[in-house]
Design a protein around this ligand. Structure first.
Ligand SMILES: [Zn+2]
Length: 244
């Protein structure tokens, strides 16, 4: 299992790329940051004297800023921020409430579900590219949120199968989405779940299969979400995550 040791040398210094998920002021002008880093996972670090202004870390302690974070592990085991090289500050995203709140929701979900100091590099990569999609603003926020959550659940083996009936394995056309997964019409339990048409299921599958790092492919498809299809699907994925 990869962990913080993979980026810290014997003196306890190391550098890793990643993102600030959260920060709070921790008295005496110090900041307590929650970072999500490559090869490290989620880690809490303190940034001494950083709350007084942006001077020392050049804005690199703002939530949702991506960069290279220099860390130092103290004798007691606590981690301190030594430097930040900002790589991408997502400044335009910050100016637009709807995509910004989506990214903040993701950061909160990650803080709730990630294990401290366990690398989750695939999820980190997903986060970056889906934040880029939010930033571009070419697609409805609900669609990008569904994409991020679906890729996350898929990565953790928790995503429902969108192609085969959870009971009989038949290829799904129309389906009923329940807490157990998606059922074909003959298998569907009565009186519960969310009915999806063939077309709606195709739309969900199309977005689930897209790569956020290849936005051109998104543009080639007609991603015209019908009503609140993706908003509802996103909420269902969120509730699956809450059960973990
Ligand atoms: Zn079935």
């Amino acid at each position: 299992m990869e962990n913080i040791l993979s980026v810290l040398d014997q003196q306890g210094f190391g550098t890793a790329p990643g993102v600030v998920l959260h920060r709070r002021i921790a008295g005496e002008g110090d900041l307590l940051l929650t970072l999500f880093l490559k090869g490290v996972g989620m880690i809490r670090v303190s940034a001494r004297g950083a709350a007084g202004g942006k001077v020392r870390f050049g804005g690199g302690t703002e939530p949702l800023v991506w960069g290279n974070f220099g860390l130092y592990r103290g004798r007691g085991g606590s981690c301190h921020l030594k430097s930040v090289d900002v790589a991408d500050d997502f400044l335009t995203l910050r100016g637009r409430p709807e995509p910004l709140f989506a990214a903040i929701r993701w950061a909160k979900l990650l803080m709730r579900h990630l294990m401290a100091e366990h690398a989750a590099d695939d999820l980190l990569t997903s986060l970056y590219w889906d934040m880029k999609l939010l930033d571009r603003g070419d697609h409805p926020v609900d669609v990008v949120e569904f994409h991020f959550l679906w890729r996350w659940l898929k990565n953790w083996g928790l995503a429902p199968d969108l192609t085969a009936c959870v009971r009989c394995g038949a290829r799904l056309t129309a389906a009923l989405w329940t807490g157990d997964g998606l059922y074909c019409e003959p298998c569907a339990p009565p009186g519960e779940g969310w009915a999806l048409s063939d077309r709606e299921l195709l739309n969900l599958r199309a977005v689930a299969g897209l790569k956020a790092s290849a936005p051109a492919a998104w543009n080639e498809r007609s991603l015209s979400p019908s009503g609140n299809l993706f908003a509802t699907a996103k909420r269902r994925l969120e509730s699956l995550l809450m059960e973990v």
